[in-house]
Design a protein around this ligand. Structure first.
Ligand SMILES: [Fe+2]
Length: 274
């Protein structure tokens, strides 16, 4: 079960940003839900708790959160409350956290040594692999591809790690590797312009080539706060909308993935607003 962008604290942030506006400024722009208070994150908490209740009913093999657990990487309360919400997830269901730009970016974008240390203390490793059913999953910190300028050593270490992990032979009974990250490498076309919702070149192409070369056919992401499906050669990019605030005009919800030895299928489910 994939959850993306619960992003505790986003509503308050948007309310301040669009202060006085009663209508969304345009399609595709995120706005605070009506009744957003001046502090706290009751909206996002309720949304996540609802998704967790669904997970407890569905009993997926695991839950993965594809980044932007919180709005502000250095807001301790947001992180603590997010983790507290996950205490309500059945202990039989493992949960994996993948970092988003808001979890590690000091300006919502660029990671630093300090922000990475804070992330790792709160949520654990920002890159990891695990096996579940017929798949090996490789999760990495895509913010290091997006804005590596403050921590180029972290970017390089991660890229080497990715090369090594992806080159490892699949364990017995495992038929493919699936990637998890926050940013989609691209949202429409591998050669598209760099913007808010994709990764810059040349790293985008280098990453896509590395994944394809090692037989990765699916990369699941968040970040777009809207559902986006794209493809380059054999690599499919599947960005899942937000559990928290989706962009105006887009559904909000979660994705279920079914993996068999021969196939991957996935569907998005709307999380009702009330
Ligand atoms: Fe986000």
């Amino acid at each position: 079960m994939i959850l993306a962008d619960p992003q505790f604290g986003m509503a308050v942030h948007l309310q301040k940003k669009h202060e006085g506006a009663t209508e969304p400024p345009g399609i595709g722009v995120a706005v605070a839900p009506p009744g957003t208070p001046d502090s706290g994150w009751p909206y996002e908490t309720a949304r996540l708790e609802r998704a967790i209740a669904i997970a407890n009913d569905l009993k997926p093999e695991f839950v993965v959160v594809l980044g932007d657990m919180v709005m502000n990487w250095n807001n301790r309360q947001q992180g603590a409350d997010l983790l507290a919400a996950f205490e309500k997830l059945s202990p039989e269901i493992p949960v994996h956290y993948v970092p988003g730009n808001h979890d590690v970016g000091v300006d919502f974008l660029a990671a630093t040594d300090e922000s990475l240390a804070a992330y790792r203390e709160k949520f654990g490793a920002d890159r990891f692999t695990f096996v579940a059913g017929p798949c090996r999953y490789v999760a990495f910190n895509s913010a290091l591809f997006d804005q590596p300028q403050s921590v180029p050593h972290e970017h390089d270490m991660q890229f080497e790690w990715l090369e090594e992990e992806l080159a490892r032979p699949l364990p017995e009974g495992v038929s493919q590797t699936v990637a998890f990250a926050h940013h989609p490498p691209f949202i429409k076309d591998i050669d598209e312009e760099y913007g808010v919702y994709n990764l810059p070149q040349p790293g985008r192409q280098r990453l896509a080539d590395l994944l394809i070369r090692n037989g990765v056919r699916y990369v699941f992401t968040g970040h777009t706060h809207a559902n986006v499906l794209s493809r380059y050669k054999e690599l499919r990019v599947i960005a899942t909308s937000a559990i928290g605030i989706s962009r105006n005009g887009h559904a909000s919800g979660y994705r279920l993935v079914r993996a068999t030895p021969d196939s991957i299928s996935h569907s998005f489910y709307v999380l009702p607003k009330d």
